[in-house]
Design a protein around this ligand. Structure first.
Ligand code: ADP
Length: 265
C-alpha cells in the first residue's frame, strides 16, 4: 500500500504533489518480488510434468509404437503426470479463492463432529491402502462453530492426508476434538482439533516455513507422494479467514501434531 505523506511547509521549489515514502517503495518491490517468485514456482511445477508428457508422446510415436507392453507402461506414467498437473491446477485455484475470501467472515455454522466424521469416512480408503488406522478421539456430540463447511473440510482433509502420507509408517493417525473454555490467545471459547501421527516428524528448522507456498521438507518425497506443496498454504489462509490458529509441534523420528483452534463465536 502507498501512504501519502504530508508535504513540508514551506514547500520546496521542486515539490508539486505528494511524496511516496521510501519504505513504501521497498514494500512494493518486495510484493513484486514475491509475485515473481510465485509465477516462477508455478511455471517450474507445471513444466516438470509437461516435459515428461511431451517426452513420452515422442517415444510413443517412435520406438514404443509397436510394443504393447511398453505402450501401456508409458500411458500409465502419462496418466500419473497428467493427474499431477490436474491436482496442481486444482490447488492453485483453491489457493486463489481462499486468498480472495480471507477478509470475508463465514456466514454459516458448522457442526465439527459431523464435519470430522465426513472427512474421516472419505479418507478411510486412503488410510487402509497405506495400512494406517484412523482413530477418532475426544468429543463426539454437536459442537457448532461459525465456519465455511467446504473450506473447513479442506483444512482437515489436507492435514489428515498429510498425516497418512508423511506419518503413515507410524501405523496410526489420531484425530481428536475438544472444547476450550477460554483460549488464551484468541481470548474466547474455542474448539480444538488435533491431528497426530507417529511418523517421521519434521526437523524444527523447517517449522517456520511450512505454510509457505511450495515449501517442502523433501521435494522429491512430496512429489512422489502426489503432493503439490500448497496444502498447508491453503490451510493457513482458511484458518486466518476463520480467525483461528494453526499450531505445529513435531519431533523428528517420533511424529507430528497439527492443531487447529477455532473460536466458538
Ligand atoms: P505437500 O503437497 O508437499 O504435502 P503441504 O503444504 O501439505 O505440501 O506440506 C508441506 C510439507 O510439509 C510437505 O512437503 C512435508 O514435507 C511436510 N509435512 C506436512 N505434514 C507432515 C507430517 N504430518 N509429517 C511430516 N512432514 C509433513
Amino acid at each position: 500500500m502507498v501512504t501519502l505523506v504530508p508535504l513540508p511547509h514551506p514547500l520546496p521549489p521542486w515539490a508539486g504533489g505528494v511524496l511516496i515514502s521510501f519504505e513504501d517503495v521497498t514494500a512494493l518491490e518486495s510484493a513484486e518480488a514475491m509475485r515473481r517468485d510465485f509465477v516462477a514456482n508455478v511455471s517450474h511445477e507445471l513444466r516438470t510434468p509437461l516435459t515428461a508428457l511431451m517426452g513420452f508422446i515422442e517415444t510413443l510415436r517412435s520406438s514404443a509404437r509397436d510394443d504393447p507392453k511398453a505402450r501401456d507402461r508409458f500411458l500409465s506414467i502419462m496418466e500419473r503426470e497428467a493427474s499431477r498437473m490436474n491436482r496442481l491446477v486444482g490447488d492453485l485455484l483453491s489457493l486463489s479463492r481462499v486468498e480472495g475470501e480471507e477478509r470475508r467472515r463465514p456466514t454459516t455454522n458448522v457442526d465439527m463432529s459431523v464435519l470430522l466424521r465426513g472427512v474421516l469416512q472419505t479418507l478411510e480408503h486412503t488410510a487402509q491402502s497405506s495400512n494406517v488406522a484412523l482413530i477418532r478421539e475426544g468429543e463426539t456430540g454437536e459442537i457448532r462453530v461459525p465456519g465455511d463447511p467446504d473450506q473447513l473440510t479442506q483444512v482437515f482433509t489436507n492435514l489428515i492426508e498429510n498425516a497418512i502420507k508423511y506419518g503413515g509408517q507410524g501405523g496410526e493417525v489420531r484425530v481428536s476434538l475438544s472444547r476450550i473454555a477460554q483460549e488464551p490467545v484468541l481470548g474466547a471459547p474455542a474448539v480444538r482439533v488435533d491431528v497426530l501421527d507417529l511418523g517421521e516428524g519434521i526437523d524444527p528448522v523447517h517449522l517456520p516455513r511450512l505454510t509457505e507456498r511450495f515449501y517442502r521438507v523433501d521435494t522429491h518425497r512430496s512429489r512422489e507422494k502426489g503432493g503439490t506443496g500448497l496444502g498447508l498454504a491453503i490451510v493457513k489462509h482458511i484458518v486466518a479467514r476463520h480467525r483461528g490458529r494453526l499450531r505445529v509441534e513435531s519431533t523428528p523420528g517420533e511424529g507430528s501434531r497439527f492443531t487447529i483452534i477455532l473460536p466458538l463465536n
